[in-house]
Design a binder for this molecule. Structure first.
Ligand SMILES: [Zn+2]
Ligand SMILES: [Zn+2]
Length: 338
């Protein structure tokens, strides 16, 4: 079968590889669409990961059921499914306390195990969610990204949300804008350097957009709340400067959620954090409950994903990665189709 194989830093090869074999408990999926994640890009750029090289990446994918192991039940030929790629053990103390996203023994399909940048892939039956009829397989490739934002909101939000700031308007930030709107925020301010992403944020519910390359983000955002600051900041850029802005933009008692990964060390002024009782929260992936809610939100049309998608054939995957790494242009979420 054809696949896109990660050979090493900035080196992907499209070509033939061995067919996957179905082990006990597994289902064989014919991949229809697989998104390129920021994490895939980090690893493509050479960020050290525990993932094998050469290896097949891609953890944001959906497709059709082709076959299953003898011990698997409940599937039919052609079932449309999305993969929840974070495989957890179900036994460790975190899994047993409902925090499977923090599992001590987890691995990622498309990370430690072969993923969706291929025509076919075998995955645990327990990782599959069947899709509602009104969600396409392409749209389903966005579920994983949305589930990450859903988790950030579900875990960290309590009470009524009135104001939010979103720093960075990639796919994650643009979902956060829509979730902030769903959560009730009347003021949603977004900062970003790319003008087309700011325009998209506005289309999807941002009430104010700030070009971080031209304006002073903290001054401009604080002016929107008479200097008080916002209830919630979603940091979706992963830079030292945006992390620092996050703490400066909060009202006393407010919550900053750090969604984006990024290796840059970040000095934070704790003289502003401690006496103002700021909540600084990290967030990691999603649980099955977040995945279920993400599917519902997309299927009901409460969250839009179509404007975020750029489709390309898997065959052009190497070029897609290279252009995302050097000059992403207008693309927000690239979906590769085998
Ligand atoms: Zn991802
Ligand atoms: Zn576990």
């Amino acid at each position: 079968m054809k696949s896109l194989i990660h050979m090493g830093p900035r080196h992907l090869k499209y070509g033939d590889c061995k067919e996957p074999r179905i082990s006990p408990g597994q289902v064989l999926i014919e991949v229809a669409a697989c998104g390129i994640c920021g994490t895939d890009l980090h690893v493509y750029n050479g960020l050290p990961a525990k993932w094998p090289v050469p290896g097949i990446r891609g953890h944001e994918f959906a497709g059709n059921v082709l076959a299953w192991a003898d011990d698997v039940q409940g599937f039919q030929d052609g079932d449309r499914v999305v993969v929840q790629p974070l495989v957890y053990c179900g036994q460790c103390r975190f899994c047993r306390s409902g925090q499977s996203n923090l599992c001590s023994n987890m691995y990622l399909i498309g990370g430690e195990q072969p993923g969706g940048f291929a025509e076919r892939v075998a995955v645990p039956a327990s990782s599959l969610f069947k899709l509602p009829a009104n969600l396409s397989l392409k749209q389903a490739a966005l579920i994983e990204t949305l589930a990450t934002s859903v988790h950030a909101f579900e875990r960290n939000l309590s009470g009524i949300l009135r104001s939010a700031a979103v720093l960075g308007a990639g796919a994650q930030g643009l979902f956060a804008v829509q979730l902030a709107r769903l959560a009730g925020a009347k003021l949603i301010a977004v900062s970003e350097v790319a003008p087309h992403r700011l325009a998209m944020a506005q289309k999807l519910g941002a009430t104010h957009v700030i070009n971080a390359g031209q304006e002073h983000v903290v001054e401009a955002m604080l002016a929107l709340t008479d200097g008080e600051g916002v209830d919630l900041v979603i940091e979706a850029a992963g830079k030292a400067v945006t992390r620092q802005q996050a703490t400066q933009l909060l009202r006393p008692g407010g919550t900053a959620i750090f969604l984006a990964l990024g290796a840059e060390p970040t000095p934070i002024d704790f003289m502003s954090v401690v006496p103002r009782e700021l909540h600084l929260r990290g967030t990691q992936c999603y649980t099955d409950a977040d995945f279920t809610l993400a599917i519902e939100l997309l299927a009901n049309g409460e969250i839009a994903c179509d404007p975020l998608m750029t489709e390309m054939p898997l065959e052009e995957g190497a070029a897609a990665f290279e252009s995302l790494a050097s000059n992403p242009g207008e693309a927000i979420k690239v979906i590769l189709e085998p």
